[in-house]
Design a protein. Structure first.
Length: 101
């Protein structure tokens, strides 16, 4: 599978994550048919254009944390979007038992 095909698979998997739920980078990669490619999933998400309609904010790390620098604009935007989806953070983490899809 070439890089372009992998990106499309990740985009397709990401689009399927419903509002009010989150997935981890590893889970997203597995959903895309790329088990073990969590870093690739993260890299692909970092390269999304600012105006994307893909729900990038529904992806967190394996501990339920946002992977951006704390209090950066992206970090704060991800929290805002998660809250709009009905996902609440507890002590800086998304409780995966509650919100993981």
């Amino acid at each position: 599978m070439d890089v372009s095909t992998k990106k499309i698979a990740i985009y397709t998997a990401l689009r399927s994550v419903p509002a009010g739920r989150v997935v981890t980078y590893g889970q997203l990669a597995k959903m895309a048919g790329l088990p073990g490619a969590a870093r690739l999933a993260g890299t692909v998400l970092c390269q999304l254009p600012e105006n994307t309609d893909l729900p990038w904010h529904r992806v967190v790390n394996a501990q339920g944390k946002i992977s951006m620098l704390e209090n950066s604009l992206g970090y704060l935007e991800q929290i805002r979007r998660l809250q709009l989806d009905g996902v609440l953070l507890v002590n800086g983490r998304v409780p995966l038992k509650t919100y993981q899809w």
